[in-house]
Design a protein. Structure first.
Length: 151
């Protein structure tokens, strides 16, 4: 596996697509969309969707939706709250949700994504010590997701 991300170095879109395409011949490619740098409002949802689609079209196996380990950038506002307009735009797009990996380091972020996208949503940036708690969320055994399977 190899990850191609532009948060550390800047790549022009055509170079990014070329690298993804080239590596996809021999590796499973993970690309990453979004930035660790907090910004008021962040990139607009249409830009996220455009980049996700471009990366998948170039051959990425999965696209990671960025958040720093604190859960305060990328998918999230600086206060840790999910950018709901971004998630809604992704849900309403024709993107294959099963090929997206949502970074969600905080339990409330994990619970919200499980409710919105189902218990098998791909999550990342999970602390090793939180893996059992996350599995309990996925199974609907915690108050945050209790009854998730009863509808």
């Amino acid at each position: 596996m190899v990850e191609i991300s532009t948060d550390s170095i800047q790549l022009e879109p055509h170079d990014r697509a070329r690298y993804i395409s080239s590596f996809a011949h021999e590796f499973s490619v993970l690309s990453e969309v979004g930035s660790k740098r907090p910004a008021a409002g962040g990139d607009p949802p249409a830009e996220w969707i455009r980049q996700i689609r471009a990366d998948l079209d170039a051959g990425a196996s999965y696209v990671i939706l960025e958040s720093r380990e604190s859960g305060t950038s990328g998918l999230y506002h600086p206060n840790g709250e999910l950018r709901r307009n971004l998630l809604d735009a992704i849900i309403d797009s024709d993107l294959p949700i099963d090929r997206l990996i949502f970074e969600a380091p905080a339990k409330d972020q994990q619970a919200l994504l499980i409710h919105a996208l189902g218990p098998s949503v791909n999550l990342a940036n999970i602390r090793f010590t939180d893996s059992l708690a996350l599995e309990s969320l996925r199974l609907g055994l915690r108050a945050d997701t209790f009854g998730i399977y009863s509808s």
